[in-house]
Write a new protein. Structure first.
Length: 382
């Protein structure tokens, strides 16, 4: 068992003052902004650790109930049986030209293991349905506590198909400050992989201020799942810019994005007839706005959330959007900024891949990439 929380800041991120801060903005203001962003990240890490502790409590309770259902001696035999069958499937094979033959052999091994496992359960008087029900119940509980509790607004960020048309949600007149296109100021990002189980995580991040491309692929795999193993893998990538307010008022952002990738893939294999898997793959557009006082205004909007729970074999792959689909994200700040105040903004892609696995082989990947084509900044008239 590998219970760990991994949080990682990516080396792509540059100090604020190197690329975004105008020369006449003081170093003190830049320092407050950096401190606020750092504190926000620390707050998220603390909140993630608290969620993982709660999820581990549910996991321990589910495992205790499953052991009680089997009986300690039979449960130990069951785990040994599972380990032996997995080793058989992973033994080195002689290279052959017919890949279908290898797949048929593997499918046959899994079917035989399910049949043998069903016989063992009948002999012990253990109901496979009861085991699956316990795992599903634990999965629902774990998935519920893994939900973030840090307050994040979403109603202020409006995403529509198409390109820039207006500065605000309701077509109020506003003063355009600037129209920015790549290259942007700089880029950054971070990853987090809190887990309760032997999961492997691979992330392919992309954040390029020169081209405006943001996004990531987040893949999670588990080929040795025990009882109620779980993971929540998150990656966030962004580009940064900044603006000097020409007059006091609410900041308006109108962001033109082009979808480059929006792929979802999930493969699960029922190994022994008592398997259960619950998977959530999600992508959000995230906008952070930071004023000179260091107050961070964070908003997100889901582009896609796909949840699949199953105790059967499943392979699914799809693209949510056609490559090249244009979107516009419109944002009006929930507060006003002073005339001549420097305001920093970050435009990012946040992808989450969550899995609950019980005696189930799992391989899931979600990939989203966007190009930030332009950012129109403005201020609403007071």
């Amino acid at each position: 068992m590998n219970n760990a929380t991994t949080d990682r800041n990516d080396p792509l991120e540059e100090p604020l003052e190197r690329a975004v801060r105008p020369r006449h903005v003081s170093a003190g203001v830049a320092a407050r902004m950096e401190e606020a962003l750092s504190e926000r990240a620390c707050q998220e890490q603390r909140e993630r650790r608290e969620r993982i502790e709660k999820a581990e409590e549910i996991q321990r309770g589910a495992r205790e109930r499953i052991v009680e259902l089997f009986g300690a001696e039979h449960y130990a035999q069951w785990r040994q049986f599972a380990s032996e069958k997995r080793r058989e499937r992973s033994r080195p094979r002689t290279p052959v030209a017919d890949s279908e033959a290898l797949e048929e052999e593997r499918d046959g091994q899994i079917a035989a293991a399910r049949t043998e496992g069903a016989g063992m359960l009948r002999e012990w008087g253990v109901s496979a349905e009861d085991v699956v029900a316990l795992a599903a119940e634990a999965g629902d509980g774990i998935m519920s506590v893994l939900r973030p509790t840090v307050a994040v607004a979403d109603e202020e960020l409006v995403i529509r198909p198409g390109r820039f048309a207006t500065l605000s949600h309701d077509d109020d007149a506003g003063l355009v400050i600037n129209v920015a296109t790549p290259p942007y100021g700089n880029q950054g990002g971070s990853s987090s992989f809190p887990s309760g189980g032997p999961f492997e995580v691979s992330v392919t991040p992309q954040a390029d201020a020169m081209t405006g491309v943001i996004g990531q692929g987040v893949r999670v795999e588990n080929y040795d799942a025990g009882d109620a193993d779980f993971i929540t893998a998150i990656d966030h990538r962004f580009v940064r810019g900044g603006v000097i307010m020409p007059q006091s008022g609410q900041l308006v952002l109108s962001i033109d994005l082009t979808v480059l990738r929006s792929g979802h893939r999930l493969k699960v294999v029922d190994e022994f007839g008592v398997s259960h898997c619950d998977s959530i793959q999600k992508n959000e557009i995230q906008v952070n706005v930071i004023g000179a006082d260091g107050v961070v205004w964070e908003v997100r909007k889901q582009m896609m959330r796909w949840r699949k729970a199953t105790n059967q074999y499943l392979y699914r792959f799809f693209e949510q959007f056609d490559d090249g689909t244009p979107f516009n994200a419109g944002f009006v700040s929930g507060r006003s900024y002073a005339e001549s105040e420097f305001v920093l903004f970050e435009i990012g892609s946040r992808t989450t891949n969550e899995v609950l696995a019980n005696d189930m082989e799992v391989d899931g990947k979600v990939t989203y990439r966007y190009r930030v084509d332009q950012v129109v900044t403005g201020v609403l008239h007071q």
